[in-house]
Write a protein that binds this ligand. Structure first.
Ligand code: HEM
Length: 426
């Protein structure tokens, strides 16, 4: 691969209202390793799909600190990237939006003649903030607080529906319906689409078949376009309506902006909370003594949620290098891709000693479950609230439970890390 093909990332002028494909090259696989990459830093990360990773992904990501250099270059059929596992390095990259940009970071290809950016994650400053301002009043702590009663009632109704059975498949009974129902309420989308949405999103995030991903993405696009048109004709209090009728800089958002924004929220909000709940409930089921500790410390629930988010963070942050830069002695060139392995950073033993241990009394440090910097997760406060309510209401009604005897927990490959099924008994 000729390095001269690399687009000048820093020179690309982003116009989100009239998006065009930046056509940044993706260097894929061992045959396309760029000339400046030292051979001794080329390693397989094994992340996401390798059988070793899928045995126990979080243990695997903690062990990366003893098995791999702090920064290494990982070839992959989906795109080669520098992989960062140190907490300090991830903070540096994620807080430097000038040199590490978000252009073209979403893994979902879009046609040139109907290109759109995923908003806000693919929008760099200065435009980025304008979009966040539209929805921040709803997603800020005060906005999320107003939803607490409704989220709690949804959690209670779900649990009351199966508590007498003495068993459930956590994913389908609670882990998935709770955050997805809350999300649909917030977005103003119909609850009866839950199963269909979850199916499309699951395929997009976890399928390794590009044809399947394209089909699911196509169905989602078609549905969301109709939903947006309806909200433009008949506005309501939901987020889709808010975005569909929003203005920035004194003009209405373009069709492409509205769609790219709604579409990303839809992807970002459906899979993540549920994967986090699934991971945490496996841990709870295996540690009854720690369940009792949570029950005994009701006033510490916020710290408990924070530590569980550190221990079970589920996703990654990708960036593209905008100008040549050195990090920890490693030379990165513009156009290189960088993957911050957030769960590994949350297991950095220099920052979180004995990192696999769940310790609710750890000194407060920045955790990276939701990333940091301008692109930190917009749904972070919502997710924290959902986790807190889920723990409180579940443990009140089902304080003792375990994994169904004989069931082996299996993890799904994909950019959001969590088990496929969690059958429980009590
Ligand atoms: C436990 C649950 C969640 C986790 C672990 C999580 C994680 C993340 C992470 C790591 C990022 C940054 C990605 C990057 O750096 O490129 C992010 C961004 C984002 N998340 Fe979440 N997320 C969660 C829940 C949610 C929910 C419930 C929503 C929406 C309802 C949401 C909406 C977003 C949006 C819109 C962004 C892009 C922010 C921006 O670029 O400015 N997330 N999330």
């Amino acid at each position: 691969m000729n390095d001269m093909t690399t687009t000048a990332v820093a020179d690309f002028v982003q116009d989100p209202a009239n998006p065009r494909n930046p056509h940044l090259p993706r260097f894929c696989g061992r045959g396309n390793i760029r000339a400046h990459v030292p051979a001794d830093l080329v390693r397989d990360s094994g992340l996401i799909t390798s059988p070793e990773f899928l045995v126990e992904p979080h243990d695997y990501m903690a062990a990366m600190h003893t098995k791999l250099p702090p920064i290494f270059y990982s070839p992959s059929d989906y795109g080669n990237s520098w992989t960062l596992i140190k907490h300090e390095d991830c903070l540096k990259v994620l807080r430097n939006a000038n040199d590490f940009r978000n252009l073209d970071i979403a893994p979902f290809p879009r046609p040139d003649d109907d290109y759109f950016f995923f908003i806000p994650p693919e929008i760099d400053p200065p435009h980025h903030r304008k979009y966040r301002n539209i929805v921040d009043p709803l997603f800020c702590p005060a906005g999320i607080k107003t939803l607490e009663g409704k989220i709690r009632q949804r959690a209670i109704d779900l649990i009351e529906g199966f508590v007498a059975d003495g068993a459930c498949e956590f994913t389908t009974a609670f882990g998935r319906p709770l955050p997805v129902a809350v999300f649909l309420d917030i977005m103003g989308l119909p609850q009866d689409m839950m199963g269909t949405f979850v199916g499309w999103c699951d395929t997009m995030i976890h399928s390794s078949d590009p044809a399947e991903v394209g089909k699911a993405f196509g169905s989602a696009i078609a549905y969301l376009k109709v939903a947006i048109a309806e909200k433009q004709a008949n506005p309501d209090g939901g987020v889709v309506s808010l975005i569909a009728n929003a203005e920035i800089d004194g003009r209405k958002l373009s069709e492409k902006e509205v769609f790219g924004f709604v579409c990303f929220l839809w992807i970002g909000g459906l899979d993540t909370v549920y994967a986090t709940l699934n991971n945490i409930w496996v841990w709870l089921a295996r540690h009854p003594e720690r369940v009792q500790e949570i029950i005994d410390r009701p006033d510490d629930i916020d710290d408990i949620v924070e530590e569980l988010l550190r221990r079970y963070s589920v996703t990654f942050s990708g960036r593209v290098v905008a100008r040549d830069i050195e990090l920890r002695g490693v030379q990165m060139k513009q156009g290189d891709r960088v993957l911050c392995c957030l769960p590994a950073a949350n297991f950095d033993p220099e920052v979180f000693p004995n990192p696999l241990e769940v310790d609710f009394d750890r000194p407060r440090k920045t955790i990276l479950a939701f990333t940091v910097g301008v692109h930190s997760c917009m749904g972070g406060h919502l997710a924290r609230m959902e986790l807190k309510i889920a723990l409180q209401e579940w443990l009140k009604r089902i304080p003792r439970f375990s994994i169904k005897p004989g069931h082996e927990i299996k993890y799904k490959p994909g950019g959001v890390v969590g088990p496929a099924a969690v059958p429980l008994v009590w």
